[in-house]
Design a protein around this ligand. Structure first.
Ligand SMILES: Nc1ncnc2c1ncn2[C@@H]1O[C@H](COP(=O)(O)OP(=O)(O)OP(=O)(O)O)[C@@H](O)[C@H]1O
Length: 311
């Protein structure tokens, strides 16, 4: 495998108040991938992004962006990165065109109107180029934030909660846009609270909890590795409660008593399924369908966050 485009080593951050926002994160980000960082509020996602983008200083640790140390060689490292922050920060009285082209200048890139036009067209903002920021809808403002972040042609784009508070339609538009950017070769790191977003978009998913990266992997592998399966047994006749004779399987009664659900670990030596089927026969509980499904990323995420509460 080629060198990662971003290498994060032993990253720690303690804020002045004593909050340990990152407790030693190691993470390699591959060129061209979409990596989704999931985590509950306050897990440290924004801190991680802000340090990589040079907005927050780490307490310790090292970050290389395409081999450039983001402290020792900050300008080279930062020029490769575009950041779309959570907050929409633009000048209300500026036009879309000025906002985006000014941003390019900030990175010392020579003026290139064709490039700005190209970016605005890709983000379907061309028709709005003369509009003032304050005249735009929330969704358009978000697009301008992305256009700004792309204005200096970065190879890496960080999106901090790109779809927080946007409606479903706009969220799908954003996903489409992110896919297009990836197809053009941009590496994308996004943080999100929406599991659906990670499931839909990401090649790899990282879960951050209390300043630590507690899970990281290819989306499908992560689901297979951490997931459990559920066996759903659809009964001929509904039952009011789970018979005592089935207690050891810890079943759940669903669909108004028409289905029994059994969660099992795919990696366990004994799944418990043969015994369960025998017991159903013994109890004369007849069923008409059996189906299993893999637990979703959401199930995995909820169980990780649950561990946090239990800890
Ligand atoms: N400037 C700051 N000063 C002190 N503490 C901070 C500062 N910024 C963040 N924190 C704390 O660091 C921890 C991590 O915050 P961070 O914003 O990185 O989390 P997050 O995962 O991005 O959360 P969210 O999903 O809510 O955006 C939190 O406990 C937060 O209160």
């Amino acid at each position: 495998m080629s060198d990662p485009i971003i290498r994060i080593e032993g990253l720690k951050k303690s804020y002045a108040g004593g909050v340990e926002a990152l407790k030693g994160v190691d993470l390699d980000i591959e060129k061209g991938e979409i990596l989704a960082l999931l985590g509950p509020n306050g897990a440290g996602k924004t801190t991680l992004i802000s340090i990589v983008c040079g907005i927050v200083t780490p307490t310790s640790g090292k970050i290389l962006v395409d081999g450039h140390d983001n402290q020792g060689d900050f300008r080279a490292a930062r020029s490769m990165i575009g950041l779309v922050p959570q907050e929409l920060t633009t000048d209300a009285f500026e036009s879309v065109w000025a906002t985006v082209s000014f941003s390019r200048g900030l990175f010392g890139k020579p003026r290139d109107d064709r490039k700005i036009e190209d970016i605005l067209r890709r983000l379907t903002l061309w028709d709005k180029r003369k509009a003032k920021m304050m005249e735009l809808s929330g969704g358009m403002k978000r697009r301008v934030m992305i256009a700004k972040a792309l204005s200096h042609e970065p190879e890496i784009l960080f999106l901090d909660e790109p779809t927080a508070g946007v409606d479903v339609e706009l969220r799908r538009d954003m996903w489409e846009l992110v896919r297009k950017l990836r197809a053009d070769g941009t590496t994308i790191i996004l943080t999100t609270h929406y599991i659906e977003e990670a499931e839909e978009m990401a090649d790899r998913v990282g879960v951050i909890r209390k300043g630590e990266l507690v899970a990281l992997g290819e989306k499908k592998a992560l689901m297979a590795q951490m997931g459990q399966r559920t066996l759903k047994i659809t009964l001929d006749d509904a039952i009011a409660e789970i018979p005592a004779g089935l207690a050891e399987w810890g079943l759940a009664l669903e669909d108004d008593g028409h289905a029994l659900c059994y969660r099992f670990d795919t990696h366990a030596e004994h799944t418990g399924i043969p015994g369960l089927m025998r017991r159903l026969d013994e109890l004369h509980i007849c069923y008409k369908d059996l189906a299993t499904h893999q637990s979703s990323l959401e199930d995995i995420f909820v169980s990780l966050v649950h561990e946090e509460r239990a800890a």
